[in-house]
Ligand binder design. Structure first.
Ligand code: HPA
Length: 273
């Protein structure tokens, strides 16, 4: 498949024609963070299957719907359900969500995920504001012919997680009832959780949290010049830290426990962006 500007524009045109407002912020909700979408006022809900050239959610905990509307008067497009490399998508396909946001006219993106805590100071239920990322596995979502309408062939990613938006995220933390950290997200392709040896290596390399998403989205946002804010909900301590099995039930359970506080917090952040 050749990915061209027209290819992505076809998805955007379909969504644009269903909206009677201008979206400002694109939001991707990670595992169990779907409840945030309940805050969207006057929602227009578009199942992913309806959108031409868009991808399909194959993970049970990801709803697979675009929820468009306003939160506190601000136009948002929320993806309830995201796409991962472990589902079989290749990296260039994973550019689709952020390119859709860009083509709809969004001016910033918020990415959220569930992640394992690698930093020993973190606890399940804590939130990590992502300040940088490491992706050593696989290739770039921008591999292949460059699409200059989105951005240049070579691009700077030093401030991919916007310092200005991170400052807002820190300022809104007080009174949220949540514990915040700032750290580096380490991408692993999954779907298996990591080995204890991999987690030791990740810690040595500078990762504070580990997960199977987000990095391709952040890179796509950097490529097309969209400021990005990323959050990891630490749902479990990563492999080998505690003597207990890792399960997606645990991930979802902790995700649900913080979902209400985190949703209220995110709403506050959104009002300031
Ligand atoms: N590893 C990878 N991805 C994850 C984890 C983990 O421990 N927890 C939630 N998503």
């Amino acid at each position: 498949m050749e990915y061209t500007y027209a290819y992505f524009e076809k998805s955007a045109r379909y969504v644009r024609e269903k909206l009677n407002f201008q979206p400002e912020i694109g939001i991707i909700l990670g595992s169990s963070l779907g409840p945030f979408a309940a805050q969207v006022e006057n929602p227009v809900v578009i199942p992913y299957e309806e959108i031409p050239h868009f991808l399909r959610s194959t993970v049970a905990t990801h709803a697979g719907k675009l929820i468009c509307g306003t939160i506190g008067g601000k136009g948002v497009v929320c993806m309830s359900g995201r796409f991962h490399s472990y589902e079989g998508y290749d990296f260039p396909q994973l550019t689709a969500p952020i390119r859709l946001f860009k083509l709809l006219g969004c001016r910033a993106v918020i990415l959220t995920n569930a992640a394992g805590g690698v930093n020993l100071d973190y606890k399940p239920g804590d939130i990590m504001i992502i300040n940088d990322q490491i992706m050593f596995s696989g290739c770039s979502p921008m591999r292949g012919p460059n699409i200059p309408e989105f951005g240049p062939r070579f691009f700077d990613v030093q401030k991919m997680y916007s310092p200005r938006l991170r400052a807002i995220a820190r300022q809104c933390a007080e009174g949220s009832g949540l514990t915040f950290h700032e750290g580096c997200y380490f991408f692993m392709q999954g779907p298996q959780f990591e080995t204890p040896a991999e987690i030791r290596a990740i810690r040595t390399l500078g990762g504070d949290a580990v997960g199977m998403s987000t990095v391709t989205e952040a890179l796509t946002a950097a490529h097309c010049g969209l400021p990005c804010l990323g959050f990891s909900v630490i749902t479990n301590m990563a492999a080998g830290i505690l003597d207990q099995p890792l399960t997606d039930e645990e991930v979802n359970e902790v995700g649900h426990l913080v979902a209400d506080n985190f949703s209220a917090y995110l709403k506050k952040v959104l009002a300031r962006i």
